[in-house]
Design a protein around this ligand. Structure first.
Ligand SMILES: [Zn+2]
Length: 374
């Protein structure tokens, strides 16, 4: 229906690695040097932001090391939307192992710490070089978030599919497994948390407590990402143990005014796009194929006979064949069926098997091409 024809879906690869990020605490031994560097970064940024055309590291050589000024330019100066920075982070680009060296037990950044090693406990085995790190201070302590490529698990040989339906009322997601008929409802009710948070926000807004308001906003965001992590984890675990491919609706990148995702997130303030990206990278890491299908009418299509009827609340009743089911379960089955169809004929237009795209990799391929390779 929407968005599938514009080719803006950045996916599909045969790569072996997935971009990943790990956050580590920087040992106290480094803190003094970092505090000092942060001050100099602030000075460099004061010079950078009013002069957007001074985009060479030579203008800042007296303040910060070249590798840091280059990253600062890329992160802040070349970002035209950035005009004021409250929490400066110190970005360092790995430059294919030249600036960030991988050593036993951690990483080494010669430009900043000479020979000292920043200990890192890799949650997954790293492929190639460290891409970049960002150093930042939170409540007096220094942390580093390190971007790297993690090795993928070997692809799972699938024996079926599950359809995942994202919801705004009821549960965050419902998945249905048509092979054995399992339906599982996962997560809290997005609409309810929205309601609770909205009321608290309203009170704070009336009282003019903006700082608390921001705190609440952050809390809500943490809650959402926590729930999204929990639910996507459950979906991926199920898919891995039962050898299923995951099918979900392609809701991202849809800019049409009446699109489903926009309606969802505006009404409910639930991070459905975040859910999608989490599911995507988790599937990629575990070697589970993920198929994204056209989202049109999934909640109105009868999963038995394919005719279209409007569900009544959470109940779905097919007037053609008499099939009677929970609305979300029915749409889960309908989504799974669309996925199965793609798996079997492999040529449907505008539908793709998606995975995370490696940096610098091909932007998009059609599903036909990706299956021809196997
Ligand atoms: Zn029917």
């Amino acid at each position: 229906m929407n968005g599938n024809s514009n080719g803006a879906i950045p996916h599909v690869n045969g790569g072996l690695a997935v971009p990943c990020c790990v956050k580590v605490k920087v040992p106290e031994f480094f803190w003094k040097g970092l505090d000092n560097l942060l001050g100099r970064c602030a000075l460099a940024l004061e010079r950078m932001l009013p002069h957007r055309d001074w985009s060479s590291s030579k203008y800042y050589g007296d303040l910060v090391p070249c590798v840091v000024s280059k990253s600062l330019i890329a992160k802040y100066q070349q970002n035209s939307k950035c005009c004021r920075i409250r929490n400066i982070v110190i970005p360092v680009c790995g430059d294919k192992g030249k600036q960030i060296k991988l050593v036993e037990g951690g990483i080494r950044v010669p430009a900043l710490f000479k020979k000292a090693v920043l200990p890192v406990n890799w949650p997954r085995s790293i492929v190639g070089h460290v891409r970049s790190i960002e150093l930042f201070r939170r409540e007096g302590e220094w942390f580093a978030s390190i971007c790297y490529h993690a090795a993928k698990d070997p692809p799972v040989a699938c024996e079926g599919v599950i359809g995942v339906d994202r919801n705004s009322v009821g549960n965050i997601a419902v998945f249905a497994d048509p092979q054995i008929g399992t339906v599982r409802k996962l997560g809290i009710c997005p609409a309810r948390t929205k309601f609770v948070f909205r009321r608290r926000r309203k009170n704070l807004q009336r009282a003019g407590k903006t700082r608390l308001l921001k705190k609440l906003h952050r809390k809500q965001r943490r809650r959402m990402s926590y729930e999204n992590h929990r639910v996507t984890r459950a979906v991926v675990d199920y898919a891995a143990t039962h050898r299923r491919a995951v099918v979900m609706e392609h809701l991202e990148g849809v800019t049409a005014k009446d699109s489903k995702i926009r309606g969802y997130s505006e009404k409910n303030q639930w991070a459905f796009a975040q859910f999608g990206s989490m599911l995507r990278y988790k599937c990629a890491l575990r070697g589970i194929p993920l198929i994204e299908v056209d989202p049109a009418f999934t909640s109105q299509t009868c999963s038995r006979c394919g005719s279209i009827h409007r569900p009544d609340g959470k109940r779905f009743e097919c007037l053609t064949c008499g099939h009677n089911d929970h609305r979300d379960a029915n749409s889960g089955f309908a989504i799974a069926q669309r996925g199965l169809k793609i798996l079997s004929d492999g040529s449907s237009s505008g539908l793709r098997v998606s995975e995370l795209r490696p940096i610098g990799g091909p932007r998009a391929e059609t599903i036909g091409a990706s299956y021809a390779r196997k």
